[in-house]
Design a protein around this ligand. Structure first.
Ligand SMILES: CC(C)(COP(=O)(O)OP(=O)(O)OC[C@H]1O[C@@H](n2cnc3c(N)ncnc32)[C@H](O)[C@@H]1OP(=O)(O)O)[C@@H](O)C(=O)NCCC(=O)NCCS
Length: 148
């Protein structure tokens, strides 16, 4: 059975475990990204800030971390939600955990009177593009980047 733990229900050790996984996502798309303990600590602090002002949700199967989703509350003319991170363990993908995390996150964003929810997706991440499109997201801008 999948158990969801939100925000203050998550321990410091669990947040650090999430940071280690979260920081390892970029190498899928960037060859030159090195993960350090310092980066993991920084990421953990960033999550604590999200817990204070946003929504953090993690999924566990028999105590094992199998997914997480973090949303920041933002304000720029209107209040909106920004997805800071989203991940599901490879052994548990395509079982609906990602969809459940998204649904719970959107419920929270609605309860906070957010006008919309937004996320950044790498062009080389077709699964993420597909889950977002199926969830009703539309592409509204494209970020362009050049290595220096
Ligand atoms: C993207 C991700 C979170 C999806 O989580 P998930 O639990 O597998 O998603 P679900 O099982 O709820 O699937 C929901 C929908 O997502 C899409 N999807 C999920 N896995 C997919 C795949 N391998 N290929 C294509 N579409 C996929 C489908 O539209 C799917 O709906 P369907 O099963 O009815 O066809 C997961 O694949 C993941 O963690 N990827 C690696 C981490 C990552 O890229 N994070 C983003 C960094 S910005």
């Amino acid at each position: 059975m999948i158990v969801f733990k939100t925000s203050n229900g998550l321990t410091a050790d669990q947040l650090y475990e999430i940071a280690v996984i979260d920081n390892s996502i970029p190498p899928l798309y960037q060859d030159d990204f090195a993960v350090t303990d310092e980066l993991n600590q920084k990421r953990t602090e960033y999550y604590k800030d999200i817990i204070l002002k946003g929504f953090f949700n993690a999924a566990f199967h028999d105590g094992m971390l199998v997914g997480f989703h973090a949303i920041k509350l933002m304000e720029q003319d209107v209040i909106f939600a920004h997805i800071a991170t989203f991940w599901v363990h490879s052994d548990f993908q395509r079982t609906g955990i990602g969809r459940q995390l998204k649904i719970q996150g959107e419920e929270w964003a609605r309860s906070m009177n957010c006008r919309y929810i937004q996320t950044s997706v790498h062009m080389n991440n077709p699964r993420m593009l597909e889950i977002n499109e199926k969830a009703g997201y539309k592409v509204i801008s494209q970020n362009m980047q050049k290595s220096l």
